[in-house]
Design a protein around this ligand. Structure first.
Ligand code: ATP
Length: 261
């Protein structure tokens, strides 16, 4: 399959202002990726190489993609999205070649952040050393270790099953850090709603805090769905979003993530 169809190289326009809550993770991504891309000479001067990337883990819709894009945006780096399952191919050797092609392309568009979504599908534990999945993991390891320095290529991988990832990929220098992006707690939901409503002229008061409180179990994507639904109500009246729209919308949305997280 042509890689061009699988992932485009873009310069994301998502910024940290689009990401609500998650400030610890934001800082970790700056340390692990943004500063090394912006100031490679500082790391070279003290003689250290930076790890290849970070692994973001957690349930769907909680901001992993947003975080990765804002990271690339701040670093003014190109961004390539690869969905793990897309690289898997039943023909012997094809998947490994696809992995190598991704990194070749990333190096030629460095500085570059490669975003591997659903990484567990590519990086499952190697049970059979000769099996196709072992060859894909070996190809990933070779690419992650390949250069003495990162050459401006960093990887953000996501999974909701860290236990499935081959441990060799988690060793120091590779995906050294596993950052958990969980469902937002109440205060985080307030911040996320504030972020989602930042361009909307609405008084952000206790009433909205109450909505956030009532959204137990909602992911960031569910909160975005709530705001979108409120927007539909507003459009139907040919008016702006009001508090009543948000309250009404809240009643129509169910948390999308099950109890297994
Ligand atoms: P998946 O595992 O399904 O790819 P994800 O964790 O990558 O999910 P995102 O794609 O980042 O989730 O989030 C989906 C949408 O939900 C975003 O486009 C945004 O509208 C909203 N969203 C999620 N988390 C946040 C957040 N922390 N702040 C603001 N918006 C958020």
């Amino acid at each position: 399959p042509s890689l061009k169809r699988e992932g485009f190289t873009t310069l994301p326009d998502t910024t940290w202002a689009d990401v609500g809550a998650l400030s610890d993770i934001q800082q970790q991504l700056k340390d692990a990726i943004v500063y090394p891309i912006l100031h490679p000479e500082k790391y070279a001067k003290v003689g250290i190489t930076t790890p290849s990337g970070v692994l973001l883990c957690g349930p769907p819709g909680c901001g992993k993609t947003l975080l990765a894009k804002a990271t690339a945006n701040e670093a003014q780096a190109n961004f390539i999205t690869i969905r793990g399952p897309q690289l898997l191919n039943k023909y012997v050797g094809e998947s490994e070649r696809a992995v190598r092609e991704v990194f070749t392309r990333a190096r030629s568009s460095a500085p570059c952040v490669v975003f591997f979504d659903e990484f567990d599908s590519l990086a499952t534990k190697r049970n059979d050393e000769a099996g196709s999945n072992a060859r894909v993991v070996n190809a990933l390891l070779a690419e992650l270790d390949g250069a003495d320095d990162r050459n401006g290529v960093f990887v953000v991988a996501t999974t909701n099953r860290v236990d499935m990832i081959d441990e060799a990929l988690l060793r120091p220098g590779r995906f050294e850090k596993i950052l958990r992006v969980g469902l937002p707690q109440k205060e985080d939901r307030v911040t996320i709603l504030k972020t989602l409503l930042r361009r909307i002229d609405i008084t952000f008061d206790d009433a909205i805090k109450k909505i956030a409180e009532d959204c137990e179990g909602f992911s960031g994507a569910d909160l975005a769905g709530l705001v979108r639904q409120a927007g539909f109500f507003a459009v139907a009246r040919d008016d702006g979003i009001t508090l009543e729209d948000l309250v009404k919308a809240q009643k129509t949305i169910q948390p999308s993530v099950g109890d297994d997280y």
